[in-house]
Design a protein around this ligand. Sequence first.
Ligand code: BGC
Length: 877
Amino acid sequence: MTQRPFLRILPLLLVLLRSLPIFAAPCTPVGLQCEHLVNPLGIDAPAPRLMWRLDDTRKGAKQTAHQIYVGTDSMAVSQGKGSSWQTAKLQSDSQLIAYEGKALQPFTKYYWKVEVWDKDGKPSASSVASFETGLMHSKNWQGAWISDISDVDLKPAPYFRKAFDAKKKIKSARAYIAAGGLYELYLNGQKIGNHRLDPMYTRFDRRTLYVTYDVTNQLQSGKNAIGILLGNGWYNHQSTAVWFFDKAPWRARPTFCLDLRVTYEDGSVETITSGKDWKTALSPIIFNSIYTAEHYDARLEQPGWNTANFDDSKWKEPIMRAAPSTNIVTQAVHPIRNVETIPTKSITKLNDTTFVYDLGRNISGVSQFRVKGSAGTILRLKHAERLHKDGHVDQSNIDAHYRPVGTSDPFQTDIFILSGKGEETFIPHFNYKGFQYVEVTSNTPINLVKENLTGYFMHSDVPVVGQVKSANPTLDKIWWATNNSYLSNLFGYPTDCPQREKNGWTGDGQIAIETGLYNFDGITIYEKWLADHRDEQQPNGVLPAIIPTGGWGYEWANGPDWTSTIAIIPWNIYLFYGDKKILADNYDNIKRYVDHINEQSPSGLTSWGLGDWVPVKSKSPVEFTSSIYYFTDASILAKTAKLLGKQSDADLYSALATKIKKAVNSKYLNKETGSYGTGLQTELSVPLQWGIVPDELKAKVAANLAKRVEADNSHIDVGLLGTKAILNALSENGHADLAYKVASQETFPSWGWWIANGATTLYENWPIDAKSDISMNHIMFGEIGAWYYKALGGIKPDPAHPGFKNVLLEPHFVAGLDHFEATHNSPFGTIRSSWKRVGQGVSYSVTVPPNSTATLKLPGASAAQQLQAGTYQFEVK
Ligand code: BGC
């Protein structure tokens, strides 16, 4: 009798003991992901991708085999039984596999685990992970699309509500919500989730996104209420600017469709749906524009509007509407969030009614304002990136393309009208801005302090996967500023700037891809953006310059130097993740795109494009740079065809690439001198970067480039296309010291010059006092953020073994820098490359993740060496 309790806890003790390090297997599969997300909900893919990493620090750690178990019973899966899919023990070192089991059913949670065999053939299993399917097919929607009215010009944002009774005990509940526009979902008064600006921007009339939430804990047996607040977003763009989003073909009053699927303890399922039985009324948000700002009148608040006992007898019936598109798909993507809280750094009182807040750094996002005041007080919060000499905020660098009709929609200016009821808080629901300063004016004298305003840095909340540290503080600050601009321009699609445009400029997107991927786990965002590309591509292959677009951008700026996103982004995702899906998904689109240029430019040369945008001083010929991008696309297409087993396409497009290369070289290359065109920095570096220079002339071209740069006082003379190439072209061709010198300059023109002048983000123009193109938060000169990893850390993906299955390591211990360290969390684990000067030599340390290898080329070494997984230390003299 007395032994019984002990016997009962014995298994528990054993489990606990096994989890202690002493019992831990030397190799464990960890970090399980499905569709590149952790335990996701709302998976619609019929063959979701499953992936894992190994936790194994031993030298030569590797996976020799694996076996997958998938099923709906977590216990059975944990015991090694997969009723939906159970592979054989596969002799494979792959850590990514697409599901191939029984057809997945909608609304179903699947559990899975992987068992791996390590380098010695010893097995060990992961803990159990899960993924849950969503609707999987549009026909599974039950709710109706509803709205409050059809007037697109009506300003206030609508509320919707429905109360219902849950008659039985609830086991679990999921909310599925699709919207044209933006939504916030509430259950019993509580906001669901911490996403912001959901769903993400798509070409709404071609693809509409829905979002899934587990709302089990927010529901109760008995009375419940659902509340929904709808915003305009890009769906109903009321503000007017040069890109005509107010004329977008999809434009309509915001609308949504909701299925709340409740599973009761007895196994029965009830779905509460959007429909005619809902109620609607206007909210206190009296105006909202994704582009400009939000206006809020707290006097119109209706406390308890989203709770069960609220009296909605004065509310109206909603109207039924068509769905924005018939293609309603899941948003299985890292969402936008308020990622960082930025307290006000300082406040300046200009007079009794005017105060200027300074966050101390430039961000994308919103400010939250918390204040006490009398009813009817009108506060205007004007956001800007810089100040006039008199201390007022200056928007002249960011309102250039705004074309307001009247004065009721001031640029980046929230309007907050107080109810007078105690402390009140305002934060925009459906807008974001780019800013560092906020000028707050009141229509009546008021006393404000620093604490009234808090900034929130908003962006797609992609996990951080890279880190750089060096002995040069300016270098570290440039890296930080680059990441700030990258993130400020990531809102479910990459943008050019968070203030003036918020446009998905393709050129800026392709330039920043490597910087993005070395530093952040961006695959879900890019897969989504490439789906946006497919939605926008014309049947003839042409893509618009901004994606998504309401129609603008097919006439200007959409040549290959910008819209090569269609090839360059999938290719880089493949290199960084070793995942072919994005190449397969976009193969026909890349092909149509390349075929179109081929038809237009049979000679192999094309002048379609913008060229080296916003250069320091010299402008290279557009035909030269555009043709090199065209060559890059044809080459990527040829390589992709080969990967996908399309041999005749591979032959066709590699012949095309060769033809383009010849055409460029015969027109622009002087073989005698090893120079291109007139020998500008961009003209010499772009062909080196993209592999157009004949092998035997590379050193000569690079030497000419180095001479050119030195003649330019070791400063850059490039624009957008040249910045992508200049540092790489130097460091990869024997001039790493010079590349570092250029990258770390602190005088004009350079990245460091911006930093020396207080920049916390990257700018759009080299001169700080430029008269136009002077956004202070652009990513288009941001390739330097990738160059740190590639040149100083020397970490590069190997195209022959992508996803860092083999890491190409070639660090450069550049003159003038005493220490550098880069880490990148690859699909196999953390790659670390770190060096430090010690006496006359350099101490170099490197970590190669488990199940991966590296080809290391140390400076001065005659040959490369092959490393297995593990940590190594080298002393280089
Ligand atoms: C954007 C750029 C973009 C360019 C193309 C500008 O207005 O801000 O970043 O690439 O237009 O012309």
